[in-house]
Design a protein around this ligand. Structure first.
Ligand code: GLU
Ligand code: ZN
Length: 295
């Protein structure tokens, strides 16, 4: 079964229930892995307890289960990985690749979210400070399987970015890179809202000597009025009978063919048909979902 070198993953943040956009992302990464008999891992990105919604972790797992999106191995929880993150932050700090930043939110206003480097050479102590990674004045680029060439000048468009927050919590950018490498992930399939995070992750991979995974960013699911599908569209946990129609809607959002007969199939049957027919090249860069398909 698992003779393929492909390792994919789904990495939800338990700040709410899965919504339609996250179902589409989970389904795309599952299909892309299973179509080549690859492995599919699940990682709970629970690095931010204040933003976590009580019960969301279990609700997400239960929802994936109802869709038939089975993962391989144990679920990894980032809340259990602090030691690994701390070791890397220490190393980057001690090597001078990262530094302590004491800027308040107020001081950083008016810079379009690009860190102006105030603390770069200040030599602050780490006590009570955020840790920022120095970025090079370089363009990082990669070829996405759906979105094509994407590039970003880290110095000009992002600036030195936080890897550990002032409150001690680890940043998504750091945790995602360490865990994808640790879990041996070869292929990252996720939402296009993360496209402009990728160059930061490429830089971290390069610094830490990790190999670069392939990327496929699936289109943003846009509401009929053109607005991005927001967190307000997070739906409550699925009822068992809803899984098949929602899977079919998610497949259509991914440009995959479906037929009405599948409406009476079980989620496992729908997944098996979709797996055999999976055509990632049919994914479009942007897709609108009818209002009725959102809930
Ligand atoms: N945890 C992130 C999210 O839910 C996804 C991270 C990733 O796929 O790289 O938006
Ligand atoms: Zn600062």
């Amino acid at each position: 079964m698992n003779d393929s070198p492909y390792i994919g993953r789904f990495a939800p943040t338990p700040s709410g229930f899965l919504h339609f956009g996250s179902l589409v992302a989970a389904l795309a990464s599952w299909l892309d892995a299973r179509a080549v008999n690859g492995r599919w891992l699940l990682r709970m990105e629970d690095t931010d307890p204040p933003r976590e919604m009580p019960g969301a972790r279990d609700a997400i797992l239960q929802t994936l289960d109802r869709y038939g999106l089975e993962c391989d191995g144990e679920v990894v929880y980032q809340s259990q990985r602090h030691q690994a993150y701390a070791a890397v932050v220490d190393r980057l700090f001690n090597m001078g690749l990262a530094y302590a930043c004491t800027c308040s939110r107020k001081q950083l206003e008016g810079h379009d979210g690009i860190y102006p480097g105030f603390c770069r050479n200040a030599g602050h102590s780490r006590e009570g400070a955020a840790i920022r990674l120095r970025v090079p004045e370089l363009i990082y680029h990669f070829k996405d399987r759906v979105q094509g060439d994407f590039q970003q000048h880290l110095g000009r468009e992002v600036g030195d970015f936080i890897i550990q927050r002032r409150d001690g919590l680890y940043a998504y950018q750091l945790a995602v890179v360490l865990d994808d490498a640790w879990q041996g992930v070869t292929d990252i399939v996720r939402g296009a809202d993360l496209l402009d995070n990728t160059p930061r992750q490429l830089y971290l991979q390069e610094l830490l000597g990790f190999s670069q995974p392939r990327y496929l960013h699936i289109p943003l699911i846009v509401q009929p009025d053109g607005h991005k599908l927001g967190k307000s569209y997070r739906s409550p946990p699925l009822e068992a009978g809803q899984a098949t129609p929602l899977l079919l809607r998610a497949l259509r959002a991914l440009g995959q063919e479906t037929e009405p007969e599948l409406l009476i199939a079980t989620p496992a049957e729908v997944l098996e048909v979709a797996r055999q027919r999976w055509r990632p090249e049919a994914i479009v860069q942007r897709t609108t979902v009818p209002e009725a398909d959102l809930h």
